[in-house]
Design a protein around this ligand. Sequence first.
Ligand SMILES: C=Cc1c(C(=O)O)[nH]c(=O)[nH]c1=O
Length: 311
Amino acid sequence: ADLTASFHDHTFQTPLMNASGVYCYTTEELDNLLASKAGTLVTKSATINYRAGNPEPRYRNLALGSINSMGLPNEGLAYYLDYVLKKQADPTVPTLFLSVAGISMAEDLDMLSTIDQSDFNGLTELNLSCPNVPGKPQVAYDFEATEKMLAAAFERFHKPLGVKLPPYFDLTQFDIVAQILNQYPLAYINTINSIGNGLYIDVDSETVAIKPKGGFGGLGGAYVLPTALANVHAFRQRLNPEIAIIGTGGIENGADVFAHLLAGADLVQVGTQLMKDGPDVFTRLAAELADIMNAKGYHKLADFKGKLKTL
Ligand SMILES: C=Cc1c(C(=O)O)[nH]c(=O)[nH]c1=O
């Protein structure tokens, strides 16, 4: 089976990559991703300046996934922009993704301007869905703010741009959000971000799992797979075909990757399972996906991508 993934005019060795925020905070982690079977990588969502983030413990692996309230810790935009600019000079390195998540629309726009004026030749991911900055509502749950943000972004940003979206749970929300997104020349959407503000309770200790926000945090892992698949498929059914889709959420094995691609994803991102297994997870996921494709007689991703059947 050929796992080569095409994404606009870019080609990747596999459709697999990390989810922003996981294993992408330091240049060492990013280099380890490049050395793995991941097709490419995305950097931790950046703010203009360094952020320490929320007090720890702020991430916990759980039997059925994970919970996190990191609070947007990052080294600042320059750190990640320097990294991708240096790496893109190397012809053996695939096209890279750079993620930004400003605390305000003004900060987002400043960062987009900085990137636009740079020689960055990869794709930029505007994170509209961080659930863990206290007092900062998720932009993407405010449809008016989303529209304002996209209009302002495309006024000043001329490189390929994608948006990271939170999960939606209502079919009319898919209609409304898709109608907004279709008005803009987006390269892609990335769906889903963590399911915001879950609460894990440890019965033995009668305590929550993480310190910030009284234990409330974004859910990842197996908990979120059906929601992730629904969002990938709902947007595939509604978005202009020129807007590609990165499927994120709940991938533990090759079958989960296959399901995301069947639902309409062009690339898939792995968060919780990457946190649990490290970059070797991409070797296992690639092998498991290839085995499934071979068993089904599929030779390349296009043979089944987006071809989910209904009853
Ligand atoms: C960028 C902040 C995010 C964070 C975070 O830094 O708390 N956690 C998530 O699950 N998703 C995010 O988008």
